[in-house]
Design a binder for this molecule. Structure first.
Ligand SMILES: C[S@@+](CC[C@H](N)C(=O)[O-])C[C@H]1O[C@@H](n2cnc3c(N)ncnc32)[C@H](O)[C@@H]1O
Length: 483
């Protein structure tokens, strides 16, 4: 019963656009997160069909159930695993079973389809084949990749080395796993692997984070001891990633408007061993860039609220035409945030990211911002990343299940022009698949010769195989994971 109540509560919020499924499920503190997440996602996908079924029967009127609870129960009865609770709800659902089944059958006949999946709105049908592997980020504040691999091997997992091609990820099954081909602190497992109850997760040694969502902090790559702003930070996965890159040194200012999400974030950061953060329940747009507190802030990560249309289980809703108005208002907010980020006097780099597939929230925001801020330009990111921003924003990255085996995502990095002397080359190389040929991308800078202050040039990025940082990056053995 508790499962259905929680699922209905979250579905209600999701349909009112009060939050993303993943966050709401996590915040619910329900013990079986995976089960709750699956039920909410699936009911949400079939929401319009369930509404049609319910409307065509007297189910709501007779049971006096609220619509979201009715949908969740009807989903499990007709499409899911069968109603699993006992008591009055089970009796009630059994009483209405044949009428609800008949209503579903009538809809299938009307639409001339035989399978339930064929009733899904087209956006959801496309993604039925999309399987996203389980990505696990090793929290280097608490452990090392080697220690996690050893620990898992002792538990019967099979380590298959570093992936060399995207297709290697599709072949993962059972307890086999790989190191990711782009991000060295990321392990990849089959989609079915669940770590929510695993010791490594509960102890904060691993973070369950989609690969695309790991890109912003990885690309921003703030140096140890730097001052960094995470503008829209909760629930804090990217904040903890930034802290790991900064080795918990320096200052990490993290803002979020939402008190509840911030409190979840505090728990998450505590578990991850983050100590360099300064959390504030504050509107980023009202943070004063001129305040002396931020006078050394050179790196900003901006991951503002977005339509969430890249999240696989939300895809069809976000593609509905009536979303246009909402997209415009989100885009306006995102542009204000990005413009605001560029007002910090010492800012050198800003990474802008969304989990949206819409150009309105991605390339269009970046384009408008660059027009309004000619002192900034785009940095060409990871040259061998397979999915690029829409024309002409090839410097930016996109991600999606088909091309990158991740949720839909967008990342851009803006850099202050004065960081590069005119005519200098910005060299950005990338970690390559094992055995792959080294690729480099040389971009001609057209920046005016204002000041040469950037000691953190792109060639020092750890993705550059030759960078000092990468050479020095010896993963320290820290705690014994079993202690
Ligand atoms: C996409 S989520 C951020 C996810 C986060 N970066 C992470 O990786 O866990 C967007 C966040 O922006 C927050 N937000 C929305 N408007 C804001 C504002 N004006 N100032 C600060 N935070 C804001 C929302 O509460 C939400 O938590």
């Amino acid at each position: 019963m508790a499962l259905y109540m929680k699922a209905a509560e979250i579905l209600d919020k999701v349909e009112q656009k009060k939050g993303a499924v993943k966050t709401l499920v996590y915040e619910s503190k329900y013990q079986n997160i995976k089960q709750l997440f699956a039920l909410v996602c699936e009911t949400h996908k079939y929401s319009s069909v369930l509404q049609e079924i319910i409307d065509s029967t007297s189910f709501l009127k007779e049971t006096k159930l609220r619509i979201h609870l009715a949908k969740v129960l009807a989903y499990d009865l007709l499409i899911g695993r069968g109603v699993k609770c006992g008591g009055t709800w089970k009796v009630m659902m059994m009483k209405h079973r044949s009428r609800l089944q008949a209503a579903l059958a009538r809809i299938k006949i009307k639409r001339k389809v035989s399978r339930n999946e064929d009733l899904l709105p087209s956006g959801f049908q496309q993604m039925q084949g999309d399987v996203i592997p389980r990505f696990v980020r090793v929290n280097t504040l608490k452990t090392t990749v080697e220690d996690v691999i050893d620990y898992l091997k002792r538990e019967g997992f099979t380590y298959q080395g570093t992936a060399s091609r995207l297709e290697d990820l599709d072949r993962l099954s059972g307890k086999s796993f790989l190191c990711d081909l782009h991000l060295e602190d990321l392990l990849v497992f089959s989609a079915k692997m669940d770590f929510h109850n695993h010791f490594l997760y509960k102890a904060g040694h691993i973070i369950l984070q989609d690969k695309a969502s790991c890109l912003p902090a990885f690309l921003l790559n703030p140096p140890v001891s730097s001052h960094v702003i995470d503008a829209c930070a909760a629930p804090g996965n990217k904040t903890s990633h930034l802290a790991a890159i900064m080795k918990n040194k320096g200052k990490l200012f993290a803002f979020d408007l939402d008190t509840k999400r911030l409190s979840t974030m505090s728990t998450l950061l505590l578990r991850a061993g983050v100590t360099c953060q300064q959390l504030a329940n504050q509107d980023f747009l009202k943070v004063d860039p001129q305040s002396s507190e931020y006078k050394e802030a050179k790196y900003i990560l901006l991951d503002p609220s977005c339509s969430g249309s890249g999240m696989v289980c939300l895809r069809d809703k976000a593609l509905e035409p009536q979303e246009d108005k909402r997209l415009q208002s989100l885009a306006a907010f995102q542009l204000r945030c990005l413009n605001h980020a560029l007002q910090f006097p010492q800012v050198q780099r800003v990474v802008y990211s969304t989990c949206s597939v819409h150009s309105e929230e991605n390339e269009n925001v970046v384009s408008a911002c660059l027009q309004q801020n000619p002192g900034f330009r785009l940095v060409h990111l990871l040259p061998n990343w397979p999915e690029r921003g829409h024309d002409p924003f090839k410097q930016c990255l996109r991600a999606n299940p088909a091309k990158t085996r991740t949720h839909g995502f967008f990342v851009a990095m803006l850099e202050k022009r004065s960081l590069q002397r005119e005519g200098e080359n910005v060299l950005i190389t990338t970690t390559l698949p094992a055995g792959g040929e080294e690729k480099q991308d040389i971009q001609q800078s057209s920046a005016p010769d204002e000041e040469q202050e950037n000691s953190e040039t792109a060639s020092e990025h750890p993705t550059n195989p030759g960078s000092k940082k990468k050479r020095k990056r010896n993963r320290k053995k820290t705690q014994n994971l079993e202690s």
